[in-house]
Each structure stands twice: as structure tokens, then as C-alpha cells.
Design a protein around this ligand. Structure first.
Ligand SMILES: *Cc1c(COP(=O)(O)O)cnc(C)c1O
Length: 360
């Protein structure tokens, strides 16, 4: 890697903004792609539909590779560089590999991705390929891919950047810190999808750390509301799922690495982890973009789908401050969108025909 420090302006790089909470005695953070500083959007129209006056969307799709994975990846790759790593490796259903490939490219390191055969969203695969990652597809599920990656890490062949790398979850705490900084308080509840369960673990730690440091006005912490897809709900069902299935490929995980962290977040916060159906996920994905203009991927909609149900059942009050983390961008998974594209038939280009077709 060259000796210059890469600067991305604006905004101030995430790791510099929270350097006092993240850095080990003056360590350098030369790599940044401009991650973090994602918008917290007051969702007035969606909130009205759900009966919530203070519903906010933390849209992680504006991160450099389009998902929250960049928050932890930037720290993991900076530390891998600092440790003299020769390569990085991850198992991934998509977004981790897209993020790892980008940060590895910026660091000048080779990136190896072990991915499970079958459904990987098209946009995510394109990102890893475009950035020059080396892909190995295995005939097994995500959990099998992760087992292989752990072994490669133990053998010292590459630095593992899955969330079993503690730098990942450490960096992901910044999502919680930004929410508190933007609201000027902790929310009453924070909802998010749960796959490998790293993010719910990191958010809960992040809220705790910020309050302990005296940086959360009022010292509050939210109830943590985690949602799994009903075909991939090991934590809700209390046992690993052999063959998880859901349209929300980012949370198609049968045996979460951070299972204990998720249970602690749920229990210590007085929260819950429940499940939603694929149908609810796709309906709510459409509601979010059609009411708010925010296009997220299916997994991201799981958190809002859960909140919708809790609000309908009066398990969330209408005046509570609720933040839903929209974990990834909708463009990553264009095949999940059901539209009329396939049925479009050209008509004559004259104004009369066009008016008629527009039903004006
Ligand atoms: C990784 C990911 C999740 C799941 O997060 P975990 O930390 O594995 O629970 C959800 N949504 C998107 C878009 C993701 O990329």
C-alpha cells in the first residue's frame, strides 16, 4: 500500500469521528470510502399508516457499498492492514463480500469469498466480482461456508472479516452512536432484521457504551426489537435450522454466530425477537419505497414489518420514538421487486396513443 493517507471529504471519515471510542493508542486508519453518516429519516407517511408519530428510518443503503457492513469492515480491514495481512477472506450471503471486496481493493489486498451455492442476490455478486474478489462457491449453506473460513483463519492464510472478527461488531456500534447523535437521545425502541445476529449485538453494545460514557442525553437505552424470517428463525424457534429459506437472502441463516449476543440484547433491553413472513416482508418493502421513497432490500424490510405488527397489536405505543434500521439498498436485489416491467408492450409514439395508455 502507498504511504499517503486517503482522504474522503465530506464527511469526516467514520473512524476519525469516533476515534476516541474506537482507536487503540494512536493507531492509524488510512482506509476510508466515506462510510457512515447515513440519514435518519422521519417517516411521516409510513408512520401515519402504521399509527406511529415518531417513526424513523436509519437508511444504511447510502453506505459506500450499499449496506451497514461497511461500518465494521472499515475497521476490520484497517486493522488487517496494520497487522500486515497478506489477504482477507469471508463467507458471505452477499453484502459482507461486497464490502470486503471494496475495502480490500482500497487497501491493495486480495479478497477471497466463500459463498454458499444457490440464492445470492445479483447486485451483491456483481459488486464482489467488479472489485476483483476471488469467488469460491461451495455446495452447502452459509453455515458450512463459515466453518471453512474459520479454519482458513486459524491456519493463518488470511484475515477473516466475518463478524466472528471482533473488529466488525466494534465498528458496527457506530450505527447506534449516530442514532443517538441525530435524535439527541436514545430511541424508545430500535428494530432491525436478525441474520447472523451481529448487528443486533453491536447496536445493543453501542447504546450501552454511549450511555456509560455519558454521551447519551438522558442515559436511555432502547428496547431491542429483532426480526427473523419465519423460514429462517432459529432464535425464535430455539434451535438451528438445517435448511433456512426466505426471499430475504441477507438473513437466510440457520445457526447465527452471535446467537448469545442477540439473546442478551433482547433480554437485557426488555425487547423481543420474533418472526415475520416473506409476504409481510415484500409488502412492507413496497410500502417503505412507495410511501417514503426509500428503496431497501427485502431483509431490511423485516424490521419494519415487525414494527407494523407490534403497532397494530398495541405492543408499541403511538407516541414512542421508534427507529428501524434499513440495513441495505434495494438495488442489490432487483429480482425481488415485483413490477410490471415484464408485461410492457410498446405502443405507437403519438400523443393520442400515449394519453390513452396513461388513462388521462
Ligand atoms: C448482513 C445483513 C443483515 C443481517 O445482519 P446480521 O448482523 O447478520 O444479523 C440484514 N440485512 C442486510 C441487508 C445485511 O446485509
Amino acid at each position: 500500500m502507498s504511504s499517503y493517507t486517503r482522504r474522503v471529504t465530506p464527511p469526516q471519515p467514520l473512524l476519525e469521528r469516533y476515534r476516541d471510542l474506537l482507536a487503540r493508542d494512536g493507531e492509524p486508519f488510512p482506509i476510508s470510502l466515506g462510510e457512515g453518516a447515513t440519514p435518519l429519516i422521519h417517516a411521516r407517511r409510513l408512520g401515519a399508516e402504521l399509527g406511529l408519530a415518531h417513526l424513523y428510518l436509519k437508511f444504511e443503503g447510502t453506505n459506500p457499498t450499499g449496506s451497514f457492513k461497511d461500518r465494521g469492515m472499515v475497521l476490520a480491514v484497517n486493522r488487517a492492514v496494520g497487522a500486515g495481512a497478506r489477504a482477507i477472506v469471508c463467507a458471505s450471503t452477499g453484502n459482507t463480500s461486497a464490502s470486503a471486496a471494496a475495502y480490500a481493493a482500497a487497501a491493495g489486498l486480495p479478497c477471497h469469498v466463500i459463498l454458499p451455492a444457490g440464492k445470492v442476490a445479483r447486485g451483491k455478486l456483481a459488486q464482489a466480482l467488479a472489485a476483483g474478489a476471488r469467488l469460491v462457491m461451495v455446495d452447502g449453506n452459509f453455515d458450512a461456508a463459515l466453518t471453512a473460513v474459520r479454519r482458513l483463519g486459524e491456519d493463518g492464510l488470511a484475515v477473516v472479516v466475518n463478524s466472528i472478527n471482533p473488529d466488525r461488531l466494534e465498528g458496527q456500534q457506530t450505527g447506534a452512536w449516530e442514532v443517538v447523535d441525530a435524535l439527541g437521545r436514545a430511541p424508545d425502541a430500535l428494530a432491525l432484521p436478525v441474520g447472523n445476529a451481529g448487528n443486533i449485538t453491536a447496536y445493543w453494545r453501542g447504546f450501552g457504551r454511549y450511555a456509560d460514557e455519558g454521551r447519551t442525553p438522558g442515559n436511555g437505552r432502547p428496547r431491542m426489537l429483532g426480526f427473523q424470517a419465519d423460514g429462517a428463525a432459529p432464535i425464535v424457534r430455539g434451535e438451528p435450522i438445517e435448511a433456512p429459506e426466505t426471499v430475504a437472502t441477507a438473513i437466510r441463516i440457520g445457526n447465527p454466530a452471535s446467537w448469545d449476543g442477540a439473546v442478551a440484547a433482547r433480554d437485557d433491553s426488555g425487547g423481543l425477537i420474533e418472526m415475520v413472513t416473506d409476504e409481510e416482508i415484500l409488502t412492507v418493502q413496497r410500502m417503505i419505497v412507495q410511501l417514503e421513497g426509500v428503496f431497501c432490500e427485502p431483509a431490511s424490510a423485516a424490521g419494519v414489518a415487525g414494527v407494523r405488527r407490534l403497532a397494530a397489536e398495541r405492543r408499541i405505543g403511538p407516541a414512542e420514538v421508534v427507529v428501524c434500521v434499513l440495513t441495505g439498498h434495494g438495488l442489490k436485489d432487483p429480482d425481488a421487486v415485483q413490477g410490471e416491467e415484464g408485461t410492457l408492450v410498446p405502443i405507437p409514439a403519438d400523443l393520442g396513443s400515449i394519453r390513452e395508455a396513461m388513462e388521462l
